[in-house]
Design a protein around this ligand. Structure first.
Ligand code: XMP
Length: 315
């Protein structure tokens, strides 16, 4: 992008034209939606309200971290706890696309409620180019239904406004930096949250395991980067796999679950290279995950696949 300031000016002008009254902004705390929220506030002032949905599928400490980020960015926002609705909608569902569809639909229902409350029909989203391209916007196969574009039911009264639709991730980061948004380089986190990092059915217990493993992978990789053992990858996380495997506890063989470690480098998320994590860091992760989830997770694997042929997330 040549001139982020020019983009900001045009985006603000367009938002004012598209939104005559009030609007809510779907804000996850990620760079994309935070940028969309700050642009909306610039354009509309008090007529914009950011809505952060606690899906129950978030990372450890995320509600507090995002609230703090929004306060620093001086956004007017509301946190909505909708975790019961999300878990109910996912009950018994293992198929990845069906999970995404249900999460997308639940998001929309929650936003419809919030929009009615704020007396608007406009929903601003931080959708960026890879979201709609990979959801089948310009190619034939749907690689994944990214929730930002997958979930609008035909009967919804919401009109979606997408100020970042034509940008790629690195361009959004430039705009975020120009807007003074804190930590524009923090790693991406998918809208459907830990549900796409839990292979198979999504239960509160399995999400808890994925949350613990994700926190450990993040901590250990941040620590190793601070120690100079590696260059901080673009994105890094853990996935709870949809298999049971055998481990040993004392003298007994036990059945437990398995976790895979994923770390990638990328510029725009369209392609990615699996990071070469040092063995010592992988050992620390394996040791901590199996200790923190004693008897629940008995095996830790390392994913070395690039995108393509894999995607970055497992689902
Ligand atoms: P994939 O797994 O498709 O992911 O290679 C590319 C990048 O997008 C993130 N991702 C999402 N972001 N909504 C989002 O806002 C989603 O539904 C979604 N799914 C994946 C993923 O973490 C990676 O950075």
């Amino acid at each position: 992008m040549k001139d982020p300031a020019q983009f900001i000016e045009t985006a603000v002008r367009r938002l004012r034209a598209d939104i005559p009254g009030t609007a809510i902004v779907a804000a996850s705390g990620g760079v994309d939606s935070t940028t969309a929220a700050v642009l909306s506030q610039r354009a509309l002032g008090d007529r914009a309200r950011a809505v952060f949905v606690d899906t129950g599928l978030l990372r450890q400490g995320e509600v507090e971290k995002v609230s703090e980020l929004f306060r620093t960015a001086q956004l007017s926002f509301r946190v909505v706890d909708a975790s019961d609705r999300f878990f109910a909608s996912l009950d018994g569902i293992a198929e990845p696309e069906e999970k995404r569809r249900r999460i997308g639909a639940t998001f929309i229902r929650v936003f419809e409620g919030e929009a009615a409350e704020f007396q608007t029909d406009r929903l601003v989203q931080g959708t960026i180019a890879p979201d709609w391209i990979e959801s089948g916007g310009s190619i034939r196969d749907t690689i994944k239904t990214h929730h930002n574009v997958g979930g609008i039911p035909p009967d919804s009264k919401l009109t979606v406004v997408e100020p970042l639709r034509d940008l790629y991730k690195d361009e959004v980061r430039q705009v975020a930096r120009a807007l003074g948004i804190p930590e524009p380089d923090r790693q991406p986190f998918p809208g459907p949250g830990l549900a796409v990092r839990v292979g198979g059915v999504v239960t509160r217990d399995r999400v808890r395991r994925a949350r613990v493993a994700n926190a450990i992978v993040e901590e250990e990789i941040e620590r190793a980067a601070a120690e100079g053992l590696l260059r901080r990858p673009w994105q890094f996380f853990a996935v709870l796999l949809p298999i049971h495997t055998v481990g040993v506890q004392g003298d007994n063989r036990v059945r437990g679950e398995a976790v895979s470690v994923r770390a990638v480098d990328s510029v725009d998320a369209m392609t990615a290279t699996a990071s070469d994590l040092p063995r010592v860091v992988l050992s620390r992760i394996s040791e901590r995950v199996t200790r923190a989830l004693h008897g629940e997770v008995v095996r830790v694997l390392y994913d070395v696949t690039d995108k393509p042929p894999a995607t970055i997330e497992w689902e």
